[in-house]
Write a protein that binds this ligand. Sequence first.
Ligand SMILES: [Zn+2]
Ligand SMILES: [Zn+2]
Length: 366
Amino acid sequence: MPTFDLLVAGAGGGPSEANLSGYLLKAHDKAWSDGIIGLEAGSGLGALKRILKEKPDLLSETPAEPGPTASQLHSYIRTYLITHPHLDHILSLILLAGSLDGDRKSIRGSLQCLRGIDTIFKPGRVWPNLASWEPRDPDDLYLYDPLPEEEGVYTPLHGGLSVSMLPLNHGPVHPSSAFFLKHDASEREFLFFGDVEPDHLAAKALNLDVWRIAVPKIVEDKLDTIFIECSWPTGRRDSFLYGHLSPPHLIHELENLAKAVVAARLGVSAGAGVLTLTSGRRRASSNASPERKRLKSTEEFDIAQDLLGSLTGLRIYIIHCKEDMQEKYEGRPMHEVISEQVRALMEERGLGATILAVEQGDLIRA
Ligand SMILES: [Zn+2]
Ligand SMILES: [Zn+2]
């Protein structure tokens, strides 16, 4: 039984304006009309109109009942959750601001993210000022409502869901966010990454913090779905990543997750550096606590062997793949090319996670 429904209005990373990050989210046990969370707002109304024209039955519960239209879906949105204010993540929210319908919609994210969005609205030069920080203002203005950036704090959203936000690196001056989305009744969660760069290229390893928090949820079987970007294909030089991941970097991040999962299952601390890779062997570090020493004395094993299958049961959805402007891949969609590259590396490492390509128009049940 799935917990979440995500309608993919767009999953690309640009530059085409037709397919940009935008997901409509609800609890599986609720109706779309009960209230939708707009998870990112790159592609919106136009993309949804096209998707529902191509797949008219996508959202219908029974053959006799037509599902909601694109305009209705937009009127059901109660909250936008935005990872960072780059235009490819907020474009539809801005374009729709003059045509808001339904209850007042809030824009939620870090304070810095909301201030970034406000620079588009407030001076009134780029777009009329159609948002405010004041809860008493009328429904036709978006309400900025910052989320706490505090580990373990969940903020209730509409439709029986809540969110916890953590900061991410996305280039030196561009912070981004990760969201843990929780279904309150079942306590099941999924993890959604905004644009993110590899930890080892960043000044501070923020991805490790996200993994550390995800691990107990994975081990306790509360979280089995991760959406994470992989903007570039394999072969892209580090100096041209611009705050994004490519398949080898993503696999490296997932290996860090795998190590933390294995450590948690062994009952040792999952802190960075506890498990170190030495010439193909994994050992407990020498400055170990008694717990870690016990691990060292009784268990030493081959890293490849030990991490084998450690992420089995985890589904990794690859998002934000950038279009192939040089046409190196013979017109193949980049979400397929990049997912295939990640899948091959995942199989090579034997970590066991399932790698899935996300396509515009998908209805994902997680
Ligand atoms: Zn982006
Ligand atoms: Zn970005």
